[in-house]
Design a protein around this ligand. Structure first.
Ligand SMILES: Cc1ncc(COP(=O)(O)O)c(C=O)c1O
Length: 367
């Protein structure tokens, strides 16, 4: 676990002049949903060429002042991470594999020609924010603090080249359940017209541009009554890649599991990696293999495919019940939550909540 002493940079703490009142906070976090209730504080660190990272602060959350020529506003040089702080059963707070988020952040930074953030500074920034905003955990089942570290090009310059100034920030948001409460399985729309990422593109990076490009297909999915969009590969429009913000898994009647391989066009999910480890520990055959949309339909019809699910930090593990596209729709298994999906979810959540043994050192206690 990173501590303040490990971190290469000193954080200055700026006092908050007017944090929200206890009553206002209680009201805000009673039913926070996802991504709309923000905490009192934020972390901010500056980077400039020749000086590196400097001016690290933990202070009041508030609007940024940005030059209208800031490169991010024109060329979208921006990356982010998404992670959660959990409350363990014993009351302590914890992060789940935060060093993996730090590592993926730097992989994204490399792809977007941005400076790397030392992993211990990244984790320390997140830890300090959680400690400052510890009162913001929502008192709801599955409640957590969703943490959003991000970095963008702040240099005022309109030439197209990597910027020479960046801002790194971490904000936090009280989070309940990602999907509407009580939804047993989600319904997805497979997009044939739009793709998310092409070979050689930025699909494996967590950059804002990927998500901007997914908004129209996502809106189309929602307009047709589905919860999420599912993307196919850009070259053949055949191979299942991932959802707008989640990786996918397929469970077969022989107990084996398949998930699309990390070929550079999908995000290497930390939940995906954790579930593969847990499933293999159970003795299951887990394969990273391409899986075609037509095969998906045929296997669902024949019963060879018994379950499928989506996974990610925000949605944890969510069964996919219904799959629709231009050529019709089909149901997987009984259309509801499958047994293995439920078991894997329970196992992961138990580790995250501290009720199951943390054999891999995934849980970082933060006080
Ligand atoms: C496109 C995409 N795929 C997959 C994931 C799942 O990644 P993780 O499990 O690290 O949250 C996310 C969420 O961050 C995502 O945005």
């Amino acid at each position: 676990m990173a501590t303040l002493a490990d971190s290469r940079i000193e954080f200055t703490r700026l006092p908050h002049p007017a944090p929200v009142t206890t009553a206002e906070r209680a009201q805000a976090i009673a039913d926070p949903g996802f991504g709309r209730v923000f905490t009192d504080h934020m972390v901010s660190i500056e980077w400039s060429e020749g000086r590196g990272w400097h001016d690290a602060t933990l202070g009041p959350r508030g609007p940024l002042s940005l030059d209208p020529a800031a490169a991010v506003l024109h060329y979208a040089q921006e990356i982010f991470e998404g992670m959660k702080a959990y409350r363990l059963d014993d009351g302590a707070m914890a992060l789940f594999r935060p060093e993996q988020n730090a590592r993926r952040f730097n992989a994204s930074a490399d792809r977007l020609a941005m400076p790397n953030m030392p992993e211990d500074t990244f984790v320390e920034a997140v830890r300090l924010l959680v400690l400052a905003d510890r009162e913001w955990f929502p008192p709801v089942d599955g409640g957590s603090l969703y943490l959003r570290p991000f970095m963008f090009a702040s240099e005022a310059f309109l030439g197209v080249r990597p910027a020479k100034q960046y801002k790194f920030l971490v904000i936090a948001s009280a989070a309940g359940n990602y999907f509407k409460a009580g939804v047993p399985a989600v319904s997805i729309w497979v997009s044939r017209n739009y793709t998310r990422a092409a070979p050689g593109g930025t699909g494996a990076a967590k950059c804002g541009g990927n998500y901007a490009a997914s908004l129209v297909p996502h809106a189309n999915a929602v307009a047709r009554g589905h919860d999420q969009v599912c993307f196919l590969d850009a070259a053949e429009h055949k191979w299942v890649e991932e959802l707008g913000g989640m990786n996918v898994f397929f469970v077969f009647d022989d107990g084996s599991i398949v998930t699309p391989p990390l070929t550079g066009t999908i995000l290497p999910g930390i939940t995906r990696d954790s579930l593969m480890t847990l499933a293999r520990e159970e003795g299951l055959d887990v394969r990273e293999e391409r899986y075609a949309i037509d095969q998906w339909r045929d296997d669902a019809a024949s019963g060879r495919l018994v379950e499928c699910f989506a996974c990610g930090t925000a949605a944890v593990v969510t069964p996919i019940g219904r799959v629709a596209g231009e050529d019709g729709e089909f149901t997987v298994g009984g259309g509801g939550p499958g047994q293995l999906t439920g078991a894997l979810r329970a196992k992961l959540v138990a580790i995250q909540r501290g009720t199951a043994e943390d054999r891999h050192g995934w849980v970082t206690r933060i006080g």
